[in-house]
Design a protein around this ligand. Sequence first.
Ligand code: SF4
Ligand code: SF4
Length: 380
Amino acid sequence: MTANKNLLKDVAANQPRHWVRITHACNNRCLFCLDRENQNGSILPMKEIIMDLRKGRSLGARRVIISGGDPTMHPELSKIIKKAKKIGYDHVQIITNGRMLAYENFAIELKQSGLDEVTLSLHSHIKEDFEKLTGIVGSYEQALLGLLNAKKQGFIVSVDIVINKINYKKLKTTLQFYIKFGVSEFDLLYPIPFGDAWKNKDKLFFSPEKAQKYLSEAFALSGNSDLFIWTNRLPAQYLEGFEDLIQNPIKLHDEVRGMKSELMNLFEHGLKMSCEGDRCKYCFMRNYCLDFNELLEKKEIRGRKKQLCGKKVLIKNKKNKVFRLGSDFSLEAFTNFYINNRYFVKSVRCKKCKQAKACDGAWIEDIRKNGFSILKPSIK
Ligand code: SF4
Ligand code: SF4
């Protein structure tokens, strides 16, 4: 990927955006739904939605992402889009399974309301796999028609794909299929152990080591300069050779915001997080949670030490900085400390390294900039 493309991706990742959920209803039954327990078929009242839209603008966001459930289940979606534009958002995006867009009049209505971008969840190009994942017979044709209508209306169209046991072997072909439909931006999401994804873990979770070959073939498409591929929660070690696809660490702040009440309950009342247990080993936030617990236990936590091999450039934590618990504690400050001093990664090759036990690996930003090739395992 070119330096310019990387720069554009970092600028986009840093752009303030506001998420507004407008429904607790969805017309799919996806195996990996993270939010099933909150899906009661309801919609949020307009008053609440408008307040939320205003809140985002007051925080400086010019881009709003409208989600659900599925936002197309809200009978007043076009009114909400118009309102968002009136309140001052430059860019309005919806995240949807796309099925409602199969109705061309609906797509036209959203266009006329001012909608700019549609992110479609299209997890396979094969009908059987697609519908196994969405749980709805007929969803494949509707979603494809939705994609065609979205392109016809001139929306920016991006595609989300949750990588899982059912689709990973065909990921490259899936991307190529949607590229032929004119899609040039993809977000590849790694499953996390919550909601239905946890209940269906045997059907969904896969060994990234075994999947590496297939994933690498798909990631190689990112070399196409017209294509933007993002990854979401994909462990960095599986992106060796494609380090420009490693998710910007700043995104950890979004994860932490989603866990805030649980983390603060742990901090203030010592209440164990409700998700802690078996699922931690599958969780992208595992190291963060371990560090947070260490901080609470020891009242301080030290930055990691630079890797014991290879090129040692750029490293920030030369002084092995310390974060101490104080009355001014903020999760945001801790997350910044974690990103700058504790977010370290190893290569899959590190497993063979004699120094592996004593070594913390390398700082994520060093790897993003210089690649895993700076790590040189000592084998003998
Ligand atoms: S690592 Fe943290 S967020 Fe993830 S399941 Fe465990 S306790 Fe929950
Ligand atoms: S190869 Fe990996 S484990 Fe070995 S010293 Fe380098 S970073 Fe550490």
